[in-house]
Design a protein around this ligand. Structure first.
Ligand code: FUB
Length: 369
């Protein structure tokens, strides 16, 4: 009885947080439908129970990028905290200032918080907002990749290194040359090549780089024009620079046409992730203001990718972010919601099993049942 009451309280708070965020939305015309999607999400969630529990409840964590290194599971999340900054469409309330790495001996085991892995004060070029990170292992070194705004309030992506998967990490003196926007995901292909996928619109600033240079003005394509694309670049062997140019990652519909900017339940918003299953490449991402994690399939790391469907239906809270990882022959989706706090900016990471159909498509996960 007590847990049911607490759930109801948390749900009510969540509805409040979502409504509060939607009401701050000054992009109302461009994202028409956002409010009704939000209402549907929260109304559905109100009667339903989460399919999984927070992995850790001593700190708030979000945007989980999971990896298996030496047989152990490591989760590289954002570290949410209450900065007291009012919510807005640019995500100013996500004012994170450090990273912690979580580790698990097994997928059903306890998650351990390994303390501060990188602090914003130790990143020479950083200004504010340490957002969704990722990690990789190469050259006998662990690399942490992280987006943070520089001192002029422009997002770039940095790299930091450690001899341990849980840090502490030492930041490179400058952002990775050629990076902009946010949400890096670093993918290792079977031939040993690494690729970085990145980008995010609205607060992620991707819309400010259409000319190839930063312009402090939001320029979005019209609804009937191709949507802004995520970006991809091959990593150099040193893992802290790009081998060649940053390219557009084109996501197309079933007819081979690029997804349009007005196609808000399918077009890219943020939260890139890449994985490979049975020789096919799966690029998954968040649709942002429509709150889905969706995926597209391709035949190589550069694309094009063809939209296939929904991986994860909307979670409680505004953001939806994930990673997809194989652990001991089974596949898992790491994601977050706001079960512990009921507040958009204080999230908690979770995990659930993910299943493929025989044709390689992914079964949609409902986070509440
Ligand atoms: O955690 C801050 C931002 O919220 C992330 O970078 C986005 O993907 C969204 O989850």
């Amino acid at each position: 009885m007590i847990s049911i009451s607490i759930n109801k309280l948390v749900l009510s708070l969540t509805i409040f947080a979502c409504v509060a965020f939607a009401s701050c939305n000054n992009e109302g015309e461009k994202t028409a439908g956002n409010d009704s999607t939000e209402a549907k999400t929260t109304a559905l969630a109100d009667t339903l129970k989460p399919i999984s529990e927070p992995l850790i409840s001593t700190i708030y964590t979000a945007d989980p990028s999971a990896h298996v290194f030496n047989g152990k599971i490591y989760i590289y999340p954002s570290h949410d905290y209450e900065a007291g900054i009012p919510q807005d469409d640019l995500g100013s309330h996500f004012a994170m200032k450090d990273y912690h790495v979580l580790s698990m001996d097994s997928i059903t085991g306890k998650a351990t918080d390994n303390g501060v892995a990188l602090d914003i004060k130790d990143v020479p070029w950083a200004g504010r907002q340490m957002w969704a990170p990722d990690a990789a292992f190469a050259n006998n070194t662990y690399y942490l990749y992280f987006p943070v705004k520089d001192k002029k309030d422009v997002f770039h992506i940095g790299a930091a290194t450690s001899s341990s998967p849980v840090g502490p990490f030492k930041a490179e003196p400058n952002p990775i040359a050629g990076t902009y926007s946010m949400d890096p995901a670093v993918f290792k292909d079977d031939d040993g090549s690494y690729y970085m996928y990145f980008g995010g619109i609205w607060g992620g600033q991707l819309q400010r780089w259409s000319t190839g240079k930063y312009v402090a003005k939001d320029e979005y394509p019209a609804d009937d024009q191709p949507a802004l694309t995520p970006k991809v670049a091959k990593m150099n062997k040193n893992m802290v620079s790009f081998d060649g140019k940053v390219k557009d990652l084109v996501i197309q519909d079933e007819n081979g046409k690029p997804l349009l900017a007005g196609d808000s339940t399918r077009r890219f918003f943020e939260a890139s992730w890449m994985h490979k299953y049975n020789g096919k490449y799966y690029f998954s991402y968040s649709t942002g203001n429509t709150h889905y994690i969706v995926y597209a399939m391709g035949d190589n790391p550069w694309g094009p990718f063809t939209y296939k469907g929904v991986v994860l239906n909307p979670v409680r809270g505004w953001t939806n972010h994930h990673s997809i990882v194989e652990v001991n022959g089974k596949w898992y989706l790491f994601y977050h919601d706001v079960q512990l706090s009921g507040q958009t900016h204080l999230r908690n990471v979770k995990v659930t099993e993910l299943h493929y159909r025989p044709d390689g498509t992914i079964e949609t996960i409902d986070p509440y049942k």
